[in-house]
Design a protein around this ligand. Structure first.
Ligand code: ADP
Length: 200
């Protein structure tokens, strides 16, 4: 199977991956995939829906096996429905891979062209953003300060090392403390630079 041309959106919970990913996904030939959104759309009466609730309510990651399986299935469905075309489209991955194991499991499937690293937002701001989002988007995992702290810790411990896995050459550091429109400008500049063919 041909590998998917891929861009990773990377950053702590609350750093703005979802906001930017949705915008990128509206550009022709870009397909935004949010792993958290996919999980949240499961219904609690399914096996995986139950597993998701169990883990996410504690601020923890869903185990790698079912996560990668769900990812693969969702991409297959998107291809089948004509929403994603591996020949012409760039996959914008948001929230996956989340640890080294997932990065390794995705290895043969994705060809990562750039890692967009949204950095710089201090922890208090991230907490405040997540608490606002809890009300706006009705997200249980954002409502509890203990759960928020657990998620930020897991990000530091398990997700952050994924940057090293892909290596400095692929990583584009973007200051996420800027206004969203400026973050977007920087992301677009980085994408044009790192993979001109993705924006033709
Ligand atoms: P955030 O980026 O704010 O942490 P997400 O919407 O990306 O929020 O994820 C919400 C929850 O969904 C996570 O806390 C985790 O339980 C689960 N999740 C999302 N993506 C993954 C993944 N790649 N691997 C395991 N669990 C995931």
């Amino acid at each position: 199977m041909k590998q998917f041309r891929t861009i990773l959106l990377f950053g702590a919970p609350g750093s703005g991956k979802g906001t930017q990913g949705r915008i990128l996904g509206s550009i022709p030939n870009f397909y935004h995939f949010s792993c958290g959104e996919l999980f949240r759309n499961l219904t609690p009466d399914t096996e995986l829906g139950k597993i998701f609730l169990e883990y996410s309510s504690r601020g923890q990651l869903v185990p790698d096996e079912p996560t990668i399986r769900l990812w693969q299935h969702s991409i297959q469905v998107a291809e089948h429905d004509g929403r994603f075309n591996r020949k012409t489209d760039t996959l914008v991955l948001d929230g996956i891979p989340r640890n080294l194991q997932q990065a390794q499991m995705l290895k043969g499937l994705v060809k990562v062209r750039a890692v967009i690293y949204l950095w710089g937002t201090d922890i208090n701001k991230l907490v405040a953003r997540l608490q606002r989002r809890a009300l706006r988007e009705n997200r249980l995992d954002d409502a509890n300060i203990k759960v928020i702290r657990e998620r930020l810790q897991i990000y530091e411990r398990e997700t952050h090392p994924v940057l090293d896995y892909y290596g400095a050459d692929l990583v584009e550091k973007i200051d996420s403390t800027q206004a969203p429109i400026n973050v977007l400008r920087d992301i677009l500049q980085a994408l044009v630079k790192s993979a001109p063919s993705t924006v033709t």
